[in-house]
Write a protein that binds this ligand. Structure first.
Ligand code: G3P
Ligand code: CA
Length: 239
């Protein structure tokens, strides 16, 4: 069972630095975050890297699918200039680089598996094998989340002792059956689609409920009062 801090830095700290980069992890730590969320997908040669979108265009100087380039080719791209000139040359990190830095900075981690279609099991298998090999047994293990049922099923097989969270948009009426089937102890829902009664039902059932992505401090305080364990935010802080 993970002891969640109230805030989780979304894609590192997407409001403070280019998302899913080492700079974003450093920015989250500097801002006082205790935990960060990162998006993980596979390169063409099957290596796990941090990147949110299927395509490179929005957050790097590359074009086309991330999955079309090898890890070596991805590492040559600039994933920082689009955010601000001060981040020019910031690379797309590998999962190994990101987790090593999180350990160095003392950040807890939420690994979101973002598989390309058809690579759900492979993404979970590869990413979590890499993560398990470098994550010390003495540190609380990362939370593994995904919208993909298949990725979560594979996660259960690869790192059975690590907590898993099912990602959803609006909370589906069958949330309990779906989380039970996957042995997920955490449900992660879109805060914009939340219904107060549903929040009560979920927390009353003993399920840990996290939400994404919220930057409004007043609404954050309201959701914590209602029993949300942690909120994914682009502007994480210590309080
Ligand atoms: O983990 C919550 C959140 O990161 C899911 O949405 O699109 O930002 O990956 P997205
Ligand atoms: Ca994410």
């Amino acid at each position: 069972m993970i002891a969640f801090p109230p805030q989780i830095g979304h894609r590192g700290a997407a409001g403070l630095a280019p998302e899913n980069t080492l700079a974003a992890l450093r920015a989250a730590a500097r801002a006082g975050a205790a935990m960060v969320e990162i998006d993980v997908r596979l390169s063409a040669d099957g290596r796990p890297v941090l990147f949110h979108d299927d395509d490179l265009d929005r957050t790097s100087n590359g074009t086309g699918p991330v999955a079309a380039l090898t890890r070596a080719a991805l590492s040559m791209l600039d994933a920082g200039s689009w955010f601000a000139p001060a981040f020019a040359g910031e690379p797309i990190p590998t999962l190994e680089q990101a987790l090593s830095l999180c350990l160095e900075l003392g950040l807890a981690v939420n690994i979101e598996l973002k598989p390309d279609e058809g690579r759900e099991a492979e993404t979970a298998q590869v990413a979590l094998t890499v993560a398990a090999a470098l994550w010390p047994a003495t540190c609380p293990p990362p939370l593994v989340t995904s919208f993909s049922t298949e990725a979560l099923q594979t996660a259960r097989a690869v790192v059975p002792g690590w907590s898993r969270g099912l990602l959803v948009g609006a909370v589906p009426s069958d949330w309990q059956a779906r989380t039970e089937e996957l042995d997920c102890t955490v449900l992660v829902a879109d805060q914009a689609e939340l219904d107060r009664l549903v929040v009560g039902a979920i927390t009353a059932a003993g399920m840990t409920l996290l939400v994404y992505t919220l930057n409004d401090r007043e609404r954050m305080r309201m959701l914590w009062r209602e029993g949300i364990a942690a909120i994914c935010t682009d502007y994480p802080s210590s309080s």
